[in-house]
Design a protein around this ligand. Sequence first.
Ligand code: DX5
Ligand code: ZN
Length: 222
Amino acid sequence: MPQKKVMIAPSLLAANFLEVGKAVKMVDESDAAWLHLDVMDGRFVPNISFGLPVIRDIKKVSKKPLDVHLMILEPEKYAEAFRKAGADHLIVHIEACPHLHSNLQQIKALGMKTGVAINPHTPVYSLQDILQDIDTVCVMTVNPGFGGQTFIHHSFTKIQELRNLINERGVSTLIEIDGGVTLDNAKEIIDAGADVLIAGNTVFSAKDPRKVIKKLSLCTKP
Ligand code: DX5
Ligand code: ZN
């Protein structure tokens, strides 16, 4: 069976913020598929990161699609602004969206790919009646809010369950994994059924981040 490269989305959260331009350039020149941008509001998650003006400036130079992960309450209030700032994919949390179907219609109407993130305690089956509207499910494999945490082992079961659900439904939804991805666990994560690996610390704390991105992407999948 032909092997497909794994898609890698480096998370800028782990970069040196004095050198964001260099980090974006490094990602552009790497084998990364997307650039992952973590937006935190200090309400949905106990941390605050960066927001619209930063993304707007990154968009001016980045060649990769911007995969914007909103860890915020009421994301519908900001979806249009994130589109204008340059988001290509907009990920909202199911836990922050009592009207998820409507949120996803809004994101589609704005011309972005739809993403839904699920926290570690949220069952995969909560997506079963909305999967057809989701381009990418972002499985949180740590509690959202901080980079550099340890991958929660039970996530392997969730990834397999989600892969089965996607296959049963015959949809083309991608599985993106967020949190604690390392060179040691990447292959097991891919074998469980993931398509895209987000990696913050593993990439940005490396001496040669581009090499690490390449290595991660070579955890080939069937
Ligand atoms: C966590 C963020 C992640 C984070 C991943 O809330 O959503 O994208 O940057 O960082 P690592 O790969 O270091 O766990
Ligand atoms: Zn993220």
